[in-house]
Design a protein around this ligand. Structure first.
Ligand SMILES: [Zn+2]
Length: 340
């Protein structure tokens, strides 16, 4: 399989991340992508540097003011007095349902666009995020050219990013960007998100639409972030009503239980009959992932992806989460093997 990567991720290494009131280095570290890349190469996959694109494909998903903000905010931040010297961090946020004026002050804009303290921005963040988006676009173009499946080794991940809000280690929604590329060729595209966290950004971006079906299997938000979204009753809005399916999973669910829920997801996707599929491939459903949501085994990832491959759709695999554990590389090899 063709594996699209970008070296630009390396300079994105956030150290300001808050866990239950404690400031720590982010779990979303450069070593993740390096391990995934080594694993893909060792399994004989073809590594290809992502192509460069202009801003237009990013603007199909994200607002121009958000893209300007991401590109310029670090430099603007450095002009503030008495600030974190390395990273842009939000400390105020708008309130849902209340009047909200787009702020003029940089600190306000940071709070508007960064949804939590897992989305700090350093000097290399913009270039890394753009590089990841280009991986997704390159993989989508490869699939459009008639190659059945391609894998985008995206870092930072993207499925939590909304049209103009970063959160949860995500800045640009790589999966949504791949969808918008595939939509140029196909009237309907589906997203299947198997990261252990709910794909809130992807859901938000497509929530009003009936041309993109979004399906997410994830740890029940009753016990895991993003808490506010990912519930079964979120089914879409306006024209999008019925085109969003959330399948929350109980804590510790094993591979067999996971495959049972996956059947519901795949049945809905087959019924939708899309022209192409984007898989948000998180590997953090793994039993020994630091997030400890559900308990998929290394072999379980191949069972999951084999079932997805049976849909017979042109498929873009987009890397999402999956954190440092001894099996991270093996889990990727297993997941890619299901498509062979
Ligand atoms: Zn995740």
């Amino acid at each position: 399989m063709h594996v699209f990567f970008s070296d630009s991720h390396r300079k994105h290494d956030p150290h300001f991340f808050v866990v239950r009131g404690q400031v720590r280095r982010s779990n979303e570290q450069p070593e993740r992508a390096e391990r995934l890349r080594r694993a893909a190469a060792s399994a004989g996959h073809t590594l290809v540097a992502a192509d460069a694109f202009d801003r237009e494909p990013l603007e199909r998903v994200h607002t121009p003011r958000y893209l300007d903000f991401l590109e310029q905010v670090h430099e603007r931040w450095l002009t503030l007095e008495d600030r974190n010297p390395d990273e842009v961090v939000a400390n105020v946020h708008p309130f849902p349902g209340e009047p909200c004026t787009y702020p003029e002050h940089l600190v306000g804009q940071v709070g508007f666009h960064l949804g939590d303290m897992a989305a700090s921005i350093g000097a290399g963040t913009w270039h890394a995020a753009v590089g990841a988006a280009h991986c997704a676009l390159s993989a989508a173009r490869h699939v459009q050219a008639g190659h059945g499946t391609a894998y985008a080794l995206c870092r930072p991940p993207g499925h939590h990013a909304y049209a103009e809000r970063a959160n949860g280690f995500c800045y640009l929604n790589n999966a949504a960007i791949a969808v918008s590329e595939l939509r140029r060729q196909h009237a309907q595209v589906a997203v299947l998100d198997i990261d252990v966290h709910h794909g809130n950004g992807t859901q938000g971006i497509f929530y009003d639409r009936d041309d993109v079906l979004t399906v997410s299997l994830h740890a029940d938000p009753h016990y895991m972030t993003p808490f506010f979204t990912g519930h079964a009753h979120e089914t879409g809005r306006h024209a999008g009503e019925g085109y969003n399916l959330n399948l929350p999973l109980p804590k510790g669910l094993d591979t067999a239980g996971y495959l049972h829920s996956l059947t519901h997801a795949l049945t809905r996707i087959a019924e939708f009959a899309p022209g192409a599929l984007v898989v948000s491939l998180g590997l953090d459903a793994y039993a020994n992932d630091p997030y400890q949501g559900v308990s998929v085994t290394t072999e379980g990832f191949a069972q999951i992806t084999r079932r997805i491959a049976e849909l017979g759709l042109p498929t873009v695999l987009v890397q999402e989460g999956g954190y440092l554990s001894d099996a991270l590389g093996d889990n990727l090899i297993s997941a890619l093997s299901g498509f062979e």
